[in-house]
Design a protein around this ligand. Sequence first.
Ligand code: GLV
Ligand code: MG
Length: 338
Amino acid sequence: MRSSKDFFRPLAVGAPQPVTEIPARPSRAIHFFDPSNEKMAAKIPQMVGTVDVLLGNLEDAVKADNKEAARAGLVRIAKDTDFGPTQLWTRINALDSPWVLDDLTTLVTEIGDKLDVIMVPKVQGAEDIHYIDRILAQLEARAGLDRPILVHAILETARGVANVEEICGASPRMQGLSLGPADLAADRRMKTTRVGGGHPGYLVRQDPDAETPDAPRATFQQDLWHYTIARMVDACAMHGIYPYYGPFGDIADVTACEDQFRNAFLLGCVGTWSLHPKQIEIANRVFAPSVEDIRHAREVVAAMGDGTGAVMLNGKMEDDASLKQCLVMVELAEQLSR
Ligand code: GLV
Ligand code: MG
């Protein structure tokens, strides 16, 4: 049977082809921790196996005075911990910061064999990925590593969004992209001070003729991030890499967090960031197809036989295209159950 890869990976002659087959490992929640925070760091070994990705953060949210301590802490944790099925990622400092060169040199040299993915913040264009790609190649060769470290870019500047397609295709190391709504809001001069999520002022109102004496015109809040997530998803699909939502800063508002994560999942994202253990549980639940979705998808796959033509199921038309939609669900369910 055809797989969804047939349409995620462009087959047309001359179309961009990913050189490396990116391993499809679950990464529903990328849980951020500050390796310079001893209390947080001490909990990391117990989190192995409870989350798909643990990410040692070196960039924003780590105080300038703690940058060296965070880097050293990450090296220590990586050396002392068996990560089992959990991936280890890091977010390095920005390319125009005084810390990034030491981040890369130290991490690849000391723990390159343990690091799955390096997340690069504030990526502006392909040139930033080329720079990282070159340095990683040199450091990996020197360290004698036998598997390439993958690269994940944060989409958090207006220029980065404008260049999103070239960023995705800039290197076979590209694993995926995350939305960085806080930096992006600032860079675009948006008027929200929240870290991700919606805003009560961003809404549409029903027409005046919908109003009755008993029912004022209803308002509907819109998703501030819809446009950017949709662009990011398209660019990632075109290049066969993975799109992620990013941070949701209002830790207490688990309902709005779940809504934002679900919107991203429905639009095509494979995962999100977690800033607090309670967001891991939300992400693991949201970034997986529901039992009902899987049941329906399997029913369509079975009914479609050789995958061509059209069938009627429960009063609805299914065909080659809806089969592809269902294969996305079935494959994700299988990948997550391994
Ligand atoms: C994340 O880095 C953000 O800026 O939202
Ligand atoms: Mg940021």
